[in-house]
Unconditional design. Structure first.
Lengths: 546, 212
């Protein structure tokens, strides 16, 4: 070995390889390896925040950017400094430190961070080489089948959580599950009647036998994870809303009653924050990259409960706000989920009528409107003068509606977006349901920001996740006051980040410890106890001026 | 338009800042607080409630109007108290133990104030013993119990039992909240139920006036 020679032991090469001398001053070891064509997993942007680029120093010295020195043997973050010049060194790079998966967009979610190829479960190529990423939602359950050799999603299936039949909201299910017999019925509804069929379908679709499933990672809200494990969730139903568990848990398929995979198959439940800010949001704060952002960042996950997370410096504030089911179509005259035949977008051309409708293909006729269409309608209705600030159709607005697009019933006025088509009716009563839903989200965001001494303009990035999928019109979400005071450039629509985080944790085993650390660090804010929340909520009940 | 007419308009339209300023102006004009309440605020809130019942306005507009009414009352209440004037009927109201939601309860409290009830608001997450103690202290005609969570309905039943057993005052008990039904009201032996804040006023009046 010559003076100062640096050798790297890569996971896929028999002998250690010589690394060229450092080039740019101030470069990190991670930079040098990247220049040599083998980038490490620096998913936090070389800010020393994650453990993605941790390598083993077997011989030599490592000088950190701040001047401190680590001597071998040591585990070092390759982004945090460089090898001491003039000193021979040997560094071993483990497989999990190499980038295998770039940030990517799949059909239902977006992952903004890179991931190593180091599955959370042992893999035997050819026999035990697939995994499941699962998102158990209150209404919808999604299963993604992942090839653990490549890390790619090879199939995805979603369906209603069959627990809906036993109560469509979380609280009804918590109430029922106080009784052990009902609790078991709820557990079976999600395990046997929801997950089982979805796993069989996704396997059949991809041509992968269940016997090849090496393990699973599950994200979901805290109540869903309680019910999945047969845990009594009663304490989640009353203040102070104490969960039985929110920690990361590794269980076997047999313990969970998952008889459609091998009994010893490991199943990881992701850690959550609290009773109403669950593992679904923890998953989201990892896969959006929020934990690694420089500026203040928000994650807003819109479902029946809107969950909101604010990262500001070292602080992580999280809260939940009762938005209700309106944005999932619940309690609206023609509200539906984002299914085939649903109107997904509405825009009024200069001539106003008929408005232009985007319908999700795959159905013979329009079946109703989904959440993103209602967001459009709030914004476009206000812009075109159909709706006043109070969300009502005033005399002037009404006179501009052609007869074929008018709708009147006992609850008041409305419009048929498509002439004389009752499946496209939106009434003033619908608007009155949507306004509190958007006000709850908006007031939750503003209250959390106020608590941190921030305004919307201070926020670098707002990740918008949830039931809207990837299709929400961002300018309209701002215009209708759902995201009050933000600019389109701040907003990134990220889809189902709960599933995204489950996938990430499945393919990269360094993710779960980071999730656990984030969960332990969070401050939970109870909006109902925040002074000013009610006032802000009432302020947000109107539509902003166009 | 007179100051009181403008005030009535501001409350109906939910303009909280205007309502506050106009109330102050009315007081500066030496209009008696009782007159502001009886001739302006009570009729204005009655109109808001009636419009709600006719589906002419919806919950968001009612919440906005109630806030304007509340701003006005905050200026008037100290004057009324200083003059030793109390409304004919008194109510205590609170959200039951285990439930932190109070926007709906606050709306009913304001609607009752707007119907000229004296309202003592116990807040949210109120244990049964606190309801009992407040009823013994204030001897109200009416006790209002709110629950938004299905899971806190048992606490509502428990509170009704505690009031009946321990308060020692013949108070009428009225319940409400998203998951509450007339059937549940009958089951737990409450005296009345209102499905919304508009009808909560009529129900409250009917209950207190039913006592000879």
């Amino acid at each position: 070995m010559s003076v100062g020679e640096v050798r790297i032991r890569w996971p896929d090469e028999a002998d250690a390889v010589r690394l060229a001398a450092s080039a740019a001053p101030g470069a990190s070891l991670a930079d040098r390896l990247a220049r040599a064509g083998r980038p490490l997993n620096t998913r936090c942007g070389q800010r020393g925040l994650c453990a993605g680029c941790t390598v083993e120093l077997i011989a030599g010295e490592f000088r950190l950017h701040d001047g401190r020195v680590s001597a071998a043997p040591a585990a070092i973050k390759a982004c945090a400094g460089d090898l001491a010049p003039g000193t021979p060194a040997l560094v071993a790079v483990p497989p999990r430190a190499l980038v295998a998966h770039r940030p990517q967009v799949v059909t239902t979610f977006k992952v903004n961070v890179s991931a190593a190829h180091a599955p959370i479960v042992p893999v035997v190529p050819g026999t035990l080489d697939h995994g499941l990423a699962v998102d158990v939602g209150t209404t919808t359950v999604v299963v993604a089948l992942v090839d653990l050799v490549t890390g790619r999603i090879v199939g995805e299936q979603s369906g209603f959580n069959r627990q809906v039949e036993l109560g469509d909201d979380v609280l009804t299910r918590i109430q029922r599950a106080g009784d052990p017999v009902q609790r078991e019925a709820l557990r079976q509804a999600v395990v046997t009647r929801t997950l089982g069929p979805l796993v069989r379908e996704v396997g059949a679709e991809a041509g992968v036998a269940a016997a090849r499933i090496a393990g699973a990672v599950v994200a979901g809200n805290t109540t869903m994870l309680h019910l999945l494990t047969g845990t009594d969730p009663s304490s989640l139903g009353v203040a102070p809303f104490r969960p039985v568990f929110t920690n990361h848990r590794e269980l076997s398929a047999a313990q969970l009653g998952w008889d459609w995979v091998g009994p010893d198959t490991p199943v990881h439940l992701l850690p959550g924050f609290s009773a109403y800010v669950g593992a679904d949001l923890v998953a989201g704060c990892l896969c959006t990259g929020l934990l690694n952002d420089a500026g203040p960042s928000l994650l807003v996950d819109i479902g029946t409960n809107g969950e909101i997370l604010l990262r500001h410096g070292d602080r992580l504030l999280a809260t939940a706000t009762a938005a209700g089911p309106a944005f999932e179509g619940g309690r609206l005259t023609r509200g539906v989920r984002a299914v085939a035949g649903a109107v997904a977008h509405v825009a009024f051309p200069p001539a106003r009528y008929p408005p232009r409708l985007d319908v999700i293909p795959g159905a013979p006729r329009v079946v109703g409107l989904c959440g993103s269409a209602y967001v459009d309608l709030l914004a476009e209705g206000r812009r075109t003068g159909l709706l006043g600030a109070n969300g009502r159709i005033d005399a002037a607005g009404w006179s501009a509606v052609p007869a074929a697009h008018r709708h009147e019933d006992a609850d008041g006025r409305g419009v048929c977006l498509r002439a004389r088509d009752p499946a496209t009716v939106v009434t003033e009563a619908d608007i009155a349901q949507l306004l509190p839903a958007k006000a709850a989200i908006a007031a939750g965001i503003l209250t959390l920001l106020r608590r941190a001494g921030l305004t919307p303009a201070d926020v670098g990035r707002l990740y918008l996740a949830g039931g809207f999928g990837l299709h929400l019109d961002v300018p309209h979400a701002i215009a209708c006051g759902l995201l009050p005071g933000f600019e389109p450039r701040q907003i990134e629509v990220v889809g189902n980040t709960s599933l995204g985080g489950a996938w990430l944790a499945l393919v990269d085993r360094t993710i779960v410890p980071e999730m656990a650390a984030a969960a332990a660090n969070a401050e939970i804010v109870e909006l109902n106890l925040e002074p000013g929340f009610e006032d802000t909520f009432i302020d947000q009940l109107t539509l902003p001026p166009p | 338009m007179t100051t009181l007419e403008l005030l009535a308009q501001a409350v109906a339209a939910g303009k909280a800042k205007d309502a506050k300023a106009l109330t102050q102006r009315a007081l500066d004009e030496a209009i008696a607080p009782t007159e502001i309440v009886d001739r302006t605020l009570v009729p204005a809130m009655t109109e808001v409630g009636d419009k709600f019942k006719r589906s002419e306005i919806f919950v968001p507009e009612m919440l906005i109007a109630a806030r304007a009414m509340k701003e006005a009352m905050e200026l008037i209440d100290p004057r009324l108290a200083a003059a030793g004037i109390t409304p004919k009927y008194t109510a205590v109201i609170g959200t039951v133990q285990g439930d932190l939601h109070d926007i709906g309860k606050n709306l009913v409290a304001t609607m009752w104030r707007g119907a000229n009830f004296r309202v003592i608001d116990l807040g949210a997450n109120v244990p049964p013993a606190k309801f009992v103690a407040a009823i013994q202290e204030h001897r109200p005609h009416l006790a209002g119990l709110s629950a938004l969570l299905t899971t806190t309905m048992p606490a509502m039943a428990e509170t009704v039992r505690a009031i009946r057993a321990n308060a020692g005052v013949p108070v009428k008990i009225m319940i409400g909240g998203a998951p509450i039904t007339q059937q549940f009201c009958d089951e737990i032996g409450a005296d009345g139920f209102a499905p919304d804040a508009g009808s909560a006023v009529d129900k409250a009046r009917a209950l207190v006036e039913s006592v000879p």
